[in-house]
Design a protein around this ligand. Structure first.
Ligand code: GDP
Length: 298
């Protein structure tokens, strides 16, 4: 992820830092190239435009261009604005609100986004790092294979799953998970909702019903980071219809262009909380804007 963007930006900044003295015009030219690089990385147009404007406002004028190392100053401003764009005012993306047990976490997303894998990764993280007792339940009544997949992952990571009972509706499963989590003394129960290839009425209604009976502390939307602006559109729609408290971007280990990561917060107002970096159960990291900005700037 970010390889092309990173390469493009380092080309622009190498030239800028080698140049020595800089005029406002030099900065503007460089920032035009930055804007093109962002758009090629599939960053949404308003986000790219705002980003460049903010950098330009800070980088033009006496203070920067007359400094001893003007190029480096511009790079520093770009870095800070990247962090700002990625993070907004999110405090600690990795801190989940799971105080009053059993805390429900609702996992939503399209089929194939990595939702079931992410549910298990997150359960493992809560167990291993925070010492929490976690119960997972699959609500994907349309796809028995998906229910079995979660069960298999549960065994693999040593996290309990709610036994599968044929013929139940998603809401009935959610209720049973809630009861089981209370009776069994679990800290957290995670509900892996059904995914579809597209957002449709039934998908939204089901997720909304489950939300209403469980009142989740966190509703995490899992989206495929390789899908660029589409990922952002999916997030906007899920948030409008169901309300989400954060986003998990998967496949950040792939060779996508990175636009989803950069646009998500600014467009949807929702923070990215975690990133998926592979198929293995420990390939999940807290979203760290500083680190991502560092990777983008090489
Ligand atoms: P779901 O339909 O949304 O529940 O998707 P799954 O959890 O079944 O994931 C679909 C495929 O994507 C599986 O083969 C996962 O191993 C894979 N996958 C999930 N997350 C990641 C990730 O962060 N990186 C990579 N490379 N693959 C992932």
């Amino acid at each position: 992820m970010f390889e092309n963007l990173s390469e493009r930006l380092s080309g622009v900044f190498d030239r800028l830092t080698k140049q020595g003295a800089l005029s406002d015009e030099d900065v503007k030219t460089a920032l035009r190239e930055v804007r093109v690089a962002l758009l090629e990385a599939d960053v949404s147009l308003p986000v790219a435009r705002d980003f460049v404007k903010r950098v330009q406002d800070k980088a033009t004028g006496q203070a920067v261009t007359k400094s001893v190392t003007p190029g480096q100053q511009v790079v520093k401003i770009v870095h800070d604005e990247l962090v700002h764009t990625l993070a907004g005012d999110t405090e600690d993306p990795g801190k989940l609100r799971i105080d009053s047990p059993p805390a429900p976490i609702l996992m939503v997303g399209l089929q194939g986004s990595g939702k079931t894998t992410t549910t298990a990764k997150l359960a493992k993280r809560l167990k291993d790092r925070d010492g929490k007792r976690v119960l997972m339940a699959s609500l994907d009544t349309n796809r028995p294979a998906a229910m079995e997949q979660l069960q298999i992952l549960g065994v693999q990571i040593g996290v309990d799953t709610l036994p599968i009972v044929k013929g139940e509706t998603p809401v009935q499963i959610a209720r049973r998970a809630k009861t089981q989590a209370s009776l069994g003394g679990y800290d957290v129960y995670m509900l892996d909702t059904a995914g579809r290839l597209h957002i449709d009425q039934e998908l939204i209604q089901q997720a909304a019903e489950v939300r209403d009976v469980t009142n989740p502390r966190e509703t995490l939307l899992v989206v495929d980071g390789l899908t660029g602006q589409d990922a952002v559109n999916v997030a906007t729609e899920f948030d409008d219809k169901i309300g989400v408290t954060g986003v998990v971007l998967t496949r950040m280990d792939g060779d996508g262009r990175g636009g989803a990561a950069l646009s998500m917060r600014a467009v949807t107002g929702k923070p990215i909380r975690f990133v998926g970096l592979g198929e293995k159960m420990d390939a999940l990291e807290t979203f760290e804007p500083e680190r991502i900005a560092g990777r983008i700037l090489g």
